[in-house]
Ligand binder design. Structure first.
Ligand SMILES: Cc1ncc(COP(=O)(O)O)c(C=O)c1O
Length: 399
């Protein structure tokens, strides 16, 4: 049968895809019954593991009352109010506001618009530059495509957003130089706490604090893209907390619902919110599915599990087991180095790894070769023996 679905980040000429039919914990199975350890937690997101009946029940319960309803003025729903309050309460902005959306890309576009809106409303019409970091990934909407630092993803689409500048991901001096030349026109810097899709690149010591300082000195905003780092991945609720930085805007998605249903959004600091809360201002932005009650019910049930089972702390245990396995790969001379924090890691080979994706899958290990490394981002509930299966598969494939 000719293929109809056009798959994301895939060659349109490819026809044979693996059909995933079932998941339980950190394991998934395909339609031939083959078992895989889901070393990427779906796609950097399934913190609580697959097959959680209590999330399914929460969604079914919500859908039994009403499946979907919008939250445009004058409407709201209990699940959306509750999940927004819960997200704010574990963030650096418990007194802030939370805008709800569906995908990480929508969250990023919202944050970019909010940053520019903030300056426009303060009369700084020329403050429009968004600074991106090399290797940053911020989704594939036009905004996120424009501000991501993975060049091939930006190519071939014609003109993207104007007023975007790039800094290297590891050199605060270059950032300082850019601010000294363009600071009065910089609206915001967008940065992942740990760059995920770009290859699990942890920030150099003091780098994120340096960005915060530059933004403060020059009147710019700091946007933390927490789409991967949020909800326990780095051993804190948010990556910004792991690195001791307080952003003005924080995007989230993925781990907020562990992907049981699409849910994302943006956290605004109290100052950002206050600046919008005057009578007569209409926030002309939003999505039909913002605050979708079933997605919000999934998010709430997921966050309850993360809290009850102590999964934010367990990320560090996952990291200890993974890094032990990676250390022995290094000792055996199979990898050049390894890096990571919490439950997000990369094995560095110093040579192209992307040809080995299917060999890893054949071994029953779903991992993500990115450039010269292989990335690990398993569910926060993964048992030790399954973590060992991941590093063993890498050893076998790359031996
Ligand atoms: C940091 C970051 N921002 C944004 C996105 C885009 O999210 P989505 O694919 O849900 O649009 C991703 C996706 O991987 C991401 O890692």
């Amino acid at each position: 049968m000719p293929i109809t679905q056009l798959h994301p980040f895939s060659s349109p000429a490819k026809e044979d895809f693996i059909k995933i039919v079932k998941g339980k914990g950190s394991l998934v199975w395909d339609d031939s019954g083959k078992e895989y350890v889901d070393g990427m937690a779906n796609l950097w997101l399934c913190q609580v593991g697959h097959g959680r009946q209590e999330i399914n029940d929460a969604v079914a319960d919500q859908m039994g009352k009403i499946a979907g309803y919008n939250t445009f003025d004058p409407f709201t729903n209990e699940a959306a109010d509750a999940v927004a309050a819960k997200i704010a309460s574990v963030s650096p902005h418990p007194d802030g506001r939370v805008f709800l959306a569906n995908s990480g890309s929508e969250a990023v576009d919202t944050a970019l618009k909010l940053a520019r809106l903030h300056h426009q409303r303060r009369g700084e019409a020329d403050r429009q530059i968004i600074v991106r970091r090399t290797h940053g990934y911020h989704g594939t909407n036009v905004g996120g495509t424009s501000v991501q630092g993975i060049a091939p993803n930006r190519e071939g689409w014609g003109d993207l957003l104007p007023h975007v500048m790039e800094i290297p991901s590891d050199d605060i001096e270059v950032a300082a130089q850019m601010f000294s030349e363009h600071g009065s026109r910089i609206a915001a810097v967008i940065s992942e706490p740990v760059q995920g899709a770009g290859g699990v690149i942890v920030p150099p010591d003091g780098y994120l604090q340096g960005l915060r300082r530059l933004c403060d000195q020059h009147g710019a905003l700091l946007i933390a893209d927490e789409v991967i780092c949020g909800f326990g991945r780095t051993g804190s609720w948010f990556g910004s907390q792991t690195y001791g930085v307080t952003p003005d805007l924080m995007t989230f998605a993925k781990g907020v619902s562990s992907g049981y249903l699409p849910l994302s959004g943006v956290i605004l600091s109290r100052d950002m919110a206050t600046a919008m809360e005057d009578d007569g201002f209409l926030f002309r932005h939003g999505y039909t599915y913002s605050g979708h009650p079933a997605a919000c019910a999934a998010g709430l049930a997921n966050l309850e599990i993360i809290e009850r089972e102590g999964l934010v702390d367990r990320a560090n245990h996952v990291g200890e087991v993974l890094s032990e396995g990676l250390r022995s790969l290094q000792d055996d001379g199979l990898i050049e180095s390894y890096r990571g924090v919490g439950a997000i890691w990369a094995a560095e080979f110093g040579r192209d790894t992307t040809l080995h994706k299917m060999a890893l899958v054949d071994k029953g290990a779903i991992l993500r070769p990115v450039g010269t490394c292989v990335t690990f981002c398993p569910p926060l509930v993964t048992p030790d023996d399954q973590l060992v299966r991941l590093t063993d598969a890498v050893a076998e494939v790359f031996a």
